[in-house]
Write a protein that binds this ligand. Structure first.
Ligand code: HEC
Ligand code: HEC
Length: 295
């Protein structure tokens, strides 16, 4: 009894503090959003198109709000249906953390990156490809996305990483790529055959503490951030921010990165891009990497 009485004021003060902090947050957000909508950051430049956030108010409401939410926080009314394990929640634009970037890990993406994502959609997720939207509408939506986060008010997009021209594929390169895959321990998550079944695979979570599966190279899935050789190179050299998929820019040299792209291609089932890689891997009789080379 005595101790219970003592606990009440403490509990009350916690509840009051919580109410105040969420109220202040919500107010700040609505007020700030108006402000940021009028700021220079609420624009975009994609090729010779200039995007204007205000022009995207209607298309956003029509096409995006159901998932990404009125406040851009990823809490649209459909978001609750996405709690299927291994399916990502709609992106919270207030955080401005994006998977698909041409820019180094930790930095903001370019307008072009966001524009490309909108047109491409994201495989193995509920993010559709917005092919019916015009280029102008997509550019306007990029600008609109940028009005949701304070980061765009103070930070500029990162500088896109340098990607040297793709070299000629040779058997030596495919073999060297496999060595990089082993040395960087990609198999810990992706598995020795790229089947997304490495020892860490079942333990991974994203920044929102949702379970997340590594990419399966062998089941015909498309990488979320593009399928060309350059896209694959970019994915492991920039990392998918907000996920356990790290950037290897500090550990893999550009030349080795191309070797790795060729090896990853050889793991994929036959597609429009990997004829030569598969042929070479077959001729070499490549076996899966050894996860315990010291033994
Ligand atoms: C049916 C739900 C849904 C709709 C509608 C939707 N999205 Fe998404 N969107 C998602 C999900 C889910 C993700 C996260 C996917 C992932 O991380 O694998 C996402 C991610 C994104 C990303 C982040 C990409 C990155 O690199 O991290 C952008 C940008 C985006 N959406 C823009 C839009 C725009 C613009 C529209 C409207 C034209 C839209 N989305 C409509 C579900 C949706
Ligand atoms: C700590 C675990 C982990 C390690 C180590 C790791 N990855 Fe990943 N990787 C992931 C996860 C998780 C995803 C899926 C992200 C998603 O779906 O949003 C992924 C996705 C990918 C994708 C596809 C991205 C896309 O857009 O769908 C590629 C390509 C890739 N990884 C390559 C590599 C390579 C190459 C290495 C080693 C140099 C590596 N990964 C190491 C966890 C890891």
């Amino acid at each position: 009894m005595h101790t219970n009485l003592l606990k009440w004021p403490l509990l009350l003060s916690v509840v009051v503090a919580l109410c105040f902090s969420t109220a202040a947050y919500a107010q700040l957000t609505t007020y700030q959003l108006q402000d940021w909508l009028n700021s220079p950051a609420a624009s975009s430049h994609v090729g010779d198109i200039t995007g204007n956030a205000k022009a995207a108010a209607l298309p956003y409401r029509r096409f995006c709000v159901g998932c990404h939410g009125e406040l851009g926080d990823g809490n649209g009314e459909n978001a609750v249906w996405f709690l299927t394990p291994l399916y990502a929640q709609p992106r919270n634009f207030q955080l401005a953390i994006f998977k698909c970037r041409s820019t180094p890990t930790g930095t903001l993406p370019t307008d072009q990156d966001l524009y490309d994502t909108i047109g491409r959609g994201m495989d193995r997720s509920n993010m559709p490809a917005w092919i019916p939207l015009s280029k102008q509408e997509r550019a306007d939506l990029v600008a609109w996305i940028k009005h949701y986060s304070p980061r765009w008010q103070t930070e500029k997009a990162g500088t896109p990483i340098q990607i040297p021209p793709e070299p000629e594929i040779t058997p030596e390169r495919v073999k060297a790529g496999q060595d990089v895959f082993a040395r960087m321990q990609c198999f810990k998550c992706h598995g020795v055959q790229g089947k997304a079944n490495g020892p860490s695979a079942s333990t991974l979570t994203d920044d929102l503490s949702q379970p997340i599966a590594p990419f399966n190279f062998t089941d015909g899935s498309r990488p979320k951030c593009g399928s060309t050789d350059v896209d694959i190179y970019r994915i492991f050299m920039t990392g998918l921010d907000g996920t356990p998929m790290p950037s290897f820019a500090d550990n893999i040299k550009p030349d080795e990165a191309w070797d790795l792209v060729f090896y990853l291609r050889s793991l994929q089932p036959h597609n429009a891009y990997n004829e030569k890689e598969r042929q070479i891997a077959n001729q070499l009789g490549l076996k899966p990497v050894n996860p315990n080379p010291a033994q």
